[in-house]
Write a protein that binds this ligand. Structure first.
Ligand code: PEP
Length: 253
């Protein structure tokens, strides 16, 4: 059975104490996860050890980084390497979020290198892709996302791609309150799966989790996740409210 993931993206929000409180409240909610279900929390770097320590006692709950360097080590002030993440047992890393692409000039080639660094260390990349509004308006989202996947991922082997989680996040839906409809999400997820299948075959493509991101809320998660190719969500705003994120975890199939 394909993995289903509810992934929280805290971005640059919450103090350390607020983060602790949020995780404690979520853990008190005591939602048990089936073998194929996961709850992952992408927290700011200084909170990773705290989050990992709290979550590691609970089956299929884990902490994630929001980024890592494309360099292995050295004189890169302010950067955090995949190896550093590995050394504190972090198992997931979000890569290529549209905010990083837009504000920190991340591009498909450097994301290919970051993905490689994570894969080499056994860290699961949560690789974000998705089109801006201008591309959606001219109905070019399929080729836009295909180029992102081709340039960052399609040189990996079938074994390597099988260890990646993809997050489809249409930029026009992120933090805007304007969610893609479940039909729009399903259409793009099916398209991404077809693109994966044409490169790697349907057996590999069928096993890769594809998360939807873009104004996922407690009230729409169930409908979005009910679609056959939507394997959970990457959630910003609603992941900062314990009751909302608990409902989102519960919405996994
Ligand atoms: C995100 O941070 O990836 C995201 C989708 O944010 P929001 O849920 O707030 O739209």
């Amino acid at each position: 059975m394909r993995k289903q993931i509810a992934a929280a993206n805290w971005k640059m929000n919450l103090t350390y104490q607020q983060g602790e409180e949020l995780l404690d409240t979520i853990l008190k909610g005591n939602i048990g996860l089936a073998d194929h279900q996961y709850a992952v929390f992408a927290v700011p770097f200084p909170y990773l050890i705290m989050a990992q320590t709290k979550l590691s006692g609970k089956k299929n709950y884990a902490a994630a980084a929001q980024n890592c360097s494309d360099q292995p080590a050295g004189a890169y002030t302010g950067e955090v390497s995949a190896e550093m993440l590995k050394s504190i047992n972090i198992g997931y890393c979000v890569l290529g979020h549209s905010e990083r692409r837009e504000y920190f000039s991340e591009h498909n080639q450097s994301l290919a290198t970051k993905t490689q660094r994570c894969l080499e260390l056994g860290i699961t990349p949560i690789f974000c892709c998705g089109e801006p509004l201008s591309i959606r308006e001219v109905d070019a989202q399929e080729s836009y996302v295909e180029a992102q996947l081709k340039e960052s991922l399609f040189h990996f082997s079938a074994e390597e791609i099988s260890r990646i989680v993809i997050a489809y996040e249409p930029i026009w839906a992120i933090g805007t309150g304007k969610t893609a409809t479940a039909e729009q999400a399903q259409e793009m997820h099916a398209c991404i799966r077809r693109q994966l299948a044409s490169k790697y075959g349907s057996q590999v493509a069928d096993a890769i989790p594809i998360l939807y991101g873009g104004s996922v809320k407690a009230g729409n998660a169930k409908e979005l996740f009910s679609r056959p190719d939507v394997d959970g969500g990457l959630v910003g705003g609603a992941s900062l409210v314990a009751a909302d994120f608990l409902k989102i975890i519960e919405s996994l199939k």
